[in-house]
Design a protein around this ligand. Structure first.
Ligand SMILES: [Zn+2]
Length: 206
């Protein structure tokens, strides 16, 4: 696929806590890094996202008495999956992985900052209406097609790509540069949703 000057690569949540040794490690999470470093130089525009929660965040199982990771609770905006404490602001786990060397990135977008609302998508918080500002940023910069890589395929990458489509953008998921949590069939479910939404999946590198 030919990359254009107004394409943007969005690298989702390649942080210590989502890599082996982290609090919410995605299997082979760090394997996305070499793939991303190979792809990124083809883009003039790169955006990084960073899950960035205050301590005691509502998505943490530890914030709900007697509840465990991967159970669901009902938040003000609907159903929310619970996770181990992860990506707490200012901690090692929240840092971008040290090998993800992308000094050319235009923007580092932090999400999940509000205690009572999680944010899987880089575009909207989980209430589906509160924008993170990314769409406005891309529009102001004249950037159009959105390419996605990072962690995790079946959550933050997938929901970001679905929202890009919802906003009328062409969206491409670079599958080799993603890894999934795959809890209870979530990877296959996301693959189906992406296909139905018209997101293009590229199986191999560009
Ligand atoms: Zn999170």
């Amino acid at each position: 696929m030919q990359i254009r000057a107004d394409d943007v690569l969005i690298v989702v949540d390649v942080q210590n806590d989502f890599c082996p040794g982290g609090a919410l490690a995605v299997p082979e999470g760090d394997a996305v890094i070499p793939a991303i470093l190979e792809i990124a130089p083809k883009f003039e525009h790169v955006v990084l996202t960073q899950d960035w929660h205050p301590a005691g965040h509502g998505s943490f199982a530890s914030s709900h008495q007697g509840r465990h990771p991967l159970e669901t609770v009902t938040m003000a905006y609907g159903e929310q999956t619970l996770w181990p404490d992860h990506c707490v602001q200012g901690t090692w786990g929240a840092e971008l992985h040290a090998e993800l060397k992308l000094p050319q990135a235009d923007l580092i977008l932090r999400k999940g900052l509000r205690r009572d609302v999680d944010s899987y998508s880089a575009f909207f918080e989980n209430d589906r209406v509160t924008p993170t500002g990314l769409e406005e940023y891309l529009r102001e910069r004249g950037l159009r097609r959105a390419f996605f890589a990072g962690l995790a395929y079946d959550f933050c990458v997938g929901y970001s790509a679905l929202d890009a489509r919802r906003l009328g953008r062409e969206a491409v998921v670079l599958r080799e540069a993603c890894r999934a949590i795959d809890a209870r069939g979530s990877a296959a479910a996301m693959e189906r949703r992406l296909r139905e939404a018209g997101v293009v999946e590229m199986p191999s590198a560009l």
